[in-house]
Every structure is written in C-alpha cells, then in structure tokens.
Ligand binder design. Structure first.
Ligand code: BG6
Length: 488
C-alpha cells in the first residue's frame, strides 16, 4: 500500500500572493516527489469570484518552470477547487463543508484536513470558530491548522488571537509558520552545533566575543506597503525570523531532537533575554528608513504608493541583544535586517575572541569567525590564522569554505515544501510554539514602546546601501564591527 500522505487542504487566502508564489509550487513538489499522490485535494477560498477552471489555470501558471510536463501540471491542478467565501458568513462554511466532504469522498482522503490560514489575522478567530461550529473538522482523520504570520501585532493581540483559536482547536493541532525554520541552513544550526563536539565545546562566552545576524534584502516593500507601513521591520522580521535564529544559536543542547525537548531549550534561552527599558532600547536599537538612492533611480520609502509622506515606519532595524545566563553573559548578539539594501543575504557570523597568549599578539591576528550562510548563498565558512609563506613568522588570515553549489541549493527542498510535509506528518518541531511567540512579542514590544514615545525620525539611509551609519556605531562603541559589509 502506498505510504503517500492523504489530505484535503483548505486555503483561506487562496488567491493571494503567498499561495501562488509558495504554497502551490510547494504542494506540487510534494506531488512530484510522491509525498502526496492522488489522494489529495485543495480548496482555495477568498472573496473573489473565481471559477474552478480559472483557479486551476492560476495553479498551473504558478508551477510553470517546475512542472514535469503540461499534462502533469494539468493532472495536478484537477485536484484544485475554488470557493468564493466570506469568512463572516456562516452559510458559506456550510457550502464549504459540502464541497470538502464530496472531495474527501472523490479522492478517498479519509478525513485528514489541513486548514491553511493565509490572510489578515483579524479573521483567524472567526474562521477557526466557524470551522468547528459548522463541522468542517472531521472525526475520522487528523485536523491541523497552519497559521501564517503576522501572528498579532503585539503581545496583547497575539494572546487574544491565540486564546480565540484555542477555543476551537487543541494546541497540538496548531502549526504557526515561520518559514525561516524551514530553511535548510537554519535547520543546520543545531546539527552544526551539536553534532560537532569541536564546535559545541567552544560555543560559549569563554571563547565567543560576539554574534552577528544579518537578514539583508535588496527588494523593497513591493505590493505590500499597506501591510508593511503598519508593521515595519521590527514586527516583520525581528519578532519572528531573527528571534527564532537567535534561540537556535544560543539554546542549550536538548535531551533529544523531539519537538518538546527542542522547544523547552529554546524557551529557556528566550526567557534569559534581557527585556529592555525605553532608555536601553534607545541605546541598543536603531531604526532606519530608506531614502531615494544616490543615483536618483530608486524611490525612497516615503515616496512609495500607500505610504504616508511623513511615515516613520522602519524599513531597517539593527540592535544588540543581551542574554543573561552563564553561557552567554557578556556576549552581545547584534542583529540587523532591512529592505532596499545592497544585496540579498542572510548570514550569521560567530566572532571568536582573539588569542590571549604571548606567542601571537591579538593585534596581529584576525578573530576566528564562523559564518553560516542561510540564503541565497548556503554553506559555512571558517576564518582562521595561518603562517604567511616566506621568511619570518608572519600571520595572515585564511578561509575554509564550504559553500553549496547552485545545483545543490536548487535540489534542496524549499522551506514551505518542508514545512507542509512536516505538517502532513504531524511534526511540529520546526513551527513556532505559542510561548516562543509570546516571549518574542514581549521583547519587541518594549522596543516599539520606546520608539512610540520618541519624537525622533528614523535614521535615513539611501536605497542600495548597507544601512544607516548609526548601525555601525552600535558595534563600534563596543569596539566591534560588522563582519559582513558588501559596500566595502
Ligand atoms: C517575510 C517578510 O516573512 O520574510 C518579508 O514578511 C520578507 O517582508 C521575507 O521579505 C524574507 O524572506 P526570505 O526567505 O526571502 O529571506
């Protein structure tokens, strides 16, 4: 008998950009690889009136370039059905239930359902409540809810949202997506640390000077200005992706790799994060906003459509986090992220302390640095010192590179593909737990409060650069500097 997964996906936000760019291609890849075979169906819902035919064309279009053949794409798209849906209208859920039940029969799915919430979080509670009351939740199979970000806009709203969803579903049915947790290299953090005793034994404040995390983007806000202007980089990137990376980099070894053990350790380190007072937040965090590029070709943030002329929304954040525990006290974790920067790059630099011995003076040696490239480049490099060829005992820096080739990167599964497969298999390890979400909201809320109280403007930086100079000063005042600087 086939081991392939059976499921009916009901996607709220089925006409959206995420569905087209990520979800349909990911489901297709799972289909192509045999993780799902013919026992699956997808119902896309949204306000718009679309026919099944049109929806299937959209799906086929979204997998152009990765489809085995036109016939295969067509065969795949026949599993897709569309229902125009008003999330507040109870009757619409009854129609949805009928369609779901009939597709379940048609494709012999056995009652397994994945409800994918990819729309404004203000509707999440209404949707989950109706799914339960109108009996879209089955008795025969599994019922899981994937929740897209943003999960609230601050701690209070995310708590209210969580409580509302928990009225209809159990916590172990919830899969809060943070797509960074599906990235190969983010998942590699734990392996690199804990499968290598050589690395793990020096992963602490005795050897490490500071940690740097950069999530730099070349693109701007594109079509999402309306959402982004209310959100800003702190909520859009720091609260979720950056905080998740910080916890994976700094947690203690879990007793096993199972979901609960990993979460327990992540939570432990997150609760050791020092929540900042408004004064400390002003000192330790910089918010920036891009202006028109130096050559005048790229518009500034305030010139974007749907952005107010005097918007103070940050398109860039840099900050310093302190972890108050034995392993990390005294090791600043510098983070930065921004839009319209020089280059797309996500990387982590672990900067080690310089040698403290009479043989080699610190000033003549370079700090050892482990760099993890999270994307689009993927891999790990290590910077060490070696003897310079020739007379004397001079030192120079050398680099050991392990960067994955284009081909290998393309073959590795996409983050969404991995996470959807995890959800199909009931594995919640690479999803955010409520307690982690709550802790990171509390952390960023303190910074947001400080900024809301302040009348100062964001630090401006021209589009196409690495960000405002204030972000450099943040490190310079500690005697450090950013390791990655594509502008140099
Ligand atoms: C999303 C943010 O969560 O992550 C976007 O909402 C951002 O603003 C994106 O562009 C970055 O993801 P990636 O995988 O392209 O680095």
């Amino acid at each position: 008998m086939s081991q392939a997964n059976k499921a009916l996906f009901i996607i709220f936000g089925g006409t959206g950009d995420l569905a087209k760019r990520k979800l349909y291609p990911s489901i297709y890849r799972l289909y192509k690889k045999g993780y799902i075979e013919e026992n699956f169906a997808v119902i896309g819902t949204a306000r718009r009136e679309w026919s099944d035919e049109h929806y299937q064309e959209v799906v086929q279009d979204s997998i152009k370039g990765i489809a085995e053949s036109e016939e295969h794409a067509e065969q795949f798209s026949r599993h897709f059905h569309y229902q125009s849906h008003n999330v507040k209208d109870t009757e619409h859920y009854d129609t949805l239930k009928n369609l779901a039940d009939s597709l379940d029969d048609q494709f012999d799915i056995g009652g397994n359902r994945i409800f994918y919430l990819s729309m404004s979080p203000t509707f999440f509670g209404t949707i989950t409540k109706h799914l339960r009351s109108q009996k879209l939740v089955t008795d025969s199979g599994f019922n899981r809810v994937i929740i897209e970000k943003p999960f609230g806009t601050d701690y209070e709203s995310s708590k209210a949202l969580n409580d509302e969803i928990l009225e209809a579903f159990e916590s172990d049915q919830l899969y809060r997506i943070d797509h960074y947790l599906g990235k190969e290299m983010v998942q590699n953090i734990l392996t690199f640390r804990f499968a290598n005793p050589m690395i793990e034994s020096i992963w602490n404040n005795q050897f490490i000077s500071n940690i740097q995390i950069t999530l730099s983007e070349e693109l701007g806000v594109e079509e999402r200005a309306e959402y982004y202007d209310k959100s800003g980089a702190l909520r859009d990137m720091i609260q979720n992706h950056v905080m998740q990376i910080v916890s994976l980099l700094t947690m203690d070894a879990p007793a096993s790799l199972n979901t609960d053990e990993v979460r327990k350790q992540k939570m432990k380190v997150m609760s050791a994060l020092k929540v900042l007072s408004p004064e400390e937040a002003e000192q330790s965090f910089v918010r920036g906003q891009y202006t028109r590029s130096a050559d005048g070709k790229v518009a500034g943030y305030r010139e974007e459509e749907k952005v107010a002329d005097d918007s103070k929304t940050e398109t860039y954040v840099a900050g310093k986090l302190d972890i108050e525990n034995d392993r990390w006290s005294g090791v600043p974790v510098y983070v930065r992220t921004g839009k319209k920067l020089t280059k797309k790059e996500a990387q982590i630099n672990i900067v080690f302390k310089k040698p403290d011995n009479p043989l080699y003076q610190a000033e003549n040696t370079a700090a050892n640095v482990v760099t993890m490239y999270l994307g689009p480049r993927e891999g790990i490099t290590l910077e060490l010192n070696e003897k310079k060829i020739g007379p004397g005992m001079n030192i120079e820096k050398m680099q050991l590179d392990h960067l994955r080739t284009e081909g290998t990167i393309q073959e590795s599964p996409e983050a969404y593909e991995k996470l959807i497969l995890d959800c199909l298999s009931g594995d919640r390890t690479h999803f955010a737990h409520w307690e982690e979400v709550a802790a990171s909201w509390k952390y960023v809320d303190a910074i947001r409060t400080a900024w809301n109280q302040s009348s100062s403007e964001p630090a401006f930086y021209p589009a196409g650069t690495i960000g405002p100079k204030e972000a450099d000063e943040l490190l310079n005042k500690d005697g450090n500097e950013w390791i990655w600087n594509p502008d140099k």
